[in-house]
Design a protein around this ligand. Structure first.
Ligand code: 3PY
Ligand code: MG
Length: 230
């Protein structure tokens, strides 16, 4: 798998949360050069048929597709992989047992090609961060991904992922993952990608809605300049 190779080479992979579940968007993101598209079924509303179409679009456009299920149910993981997903990203992994169960679910579902599938475990609580040394010993997890929003919630600061305490916890966890020789990832917002990369993140997730918002802001600022100068 291209993304696994990229990460093994120590390079950074870029992943986009599709925001609007449609194959055309996946195709477009592939053409723009992103490495991965994340189809969010933890919170988003993509139907089973739509997921299959999006995975097919990803294969055609050379961008890997990942599904984030709403529970770590092995049956659900199996279903998404059978629909064509290149991997899964599982939210709220708290214990080594939970991490192992995800790896086993992927191996059971895709006994022939599981080595080609990407397994991402999300670390989203202070308790899970404290357990990182045990968690990182679990074989078969390709990326340990820190979810700043749920982490902020669990730190008693809902909706405040940009607070210094939360940022410090994210950076500390990324450092620990990197120092252990494993691959860490997180969500980038508001232009913090470079700082997160310096902290050790090798898989960066951004939202398609934020990419559009940034482009719109830039465009509207240009219009405003034109208005004042004409
Ligand atoms: C979080 O920040 O909690 C996430 O799940 C990011 O995708
Ligand atoms: Mg989360």
């Amino acid at each position: 798998m291209k993304v696994k190779q990229l990460l093994a080479d120590g390079r950074t992979a870029s992943m986009v949360m599709v925001s609007w579940p449609h194959p055309s968007l996946i195709e477009h993101l592939g053409a723009l050069g992103f490495d991965l598209a994340m189809i969010d079924c933890e919170k988003g509303g993509a139907t089973v048929e739509r997921i299959e179409e999006m995975c097919r679009a990803g294969r055609a456009a050379g961008i890997a597709t990942l599904v984030r299920p709403w529970t770590p149910d092995p049956g659900l993981i199996s279903r998404y992989l059978d629909l064509g997903a290149d991997g899964v990203m599982v939210a709220g992994v708290e214990t080594p047992q939970a991490a192992r169960a995800i790896v086993e679910a992927v191996r059971y579902a895709r006994w022939k090609d599981h080595a080609e599938k990407l397994v991402i475990a999300m670390i989203e609580s202070p308790e899970a961060i404290a357990r990182l040394p045990e968690l990182l010993a679990v074989e078969g997890v390709d990326v340990w991904f820190i979810g700043p929003n749920d982490l902020a919630h669990r730190m008693g600061m809902p909706g405040q992922a940009s607070r210094p305490e939360v940022r410090a916890a994210v950076a500390g966890a990324l450092h620990a993952i990197h120092a252990a020789g494993r691959i860490g990832g997180t969500l980038t917002t508001g232009g913090d990608a470079l700082a997160l990369q310096s902290a050790g993140a090798r898989l960066l997730l951004c939202r398609a809605s934020e990419l559009l918002a940034d482009g719109a802001k830039h465009y509207r600022a240009q219009l405003a300049t034109t208005d004042t100068t004409s």
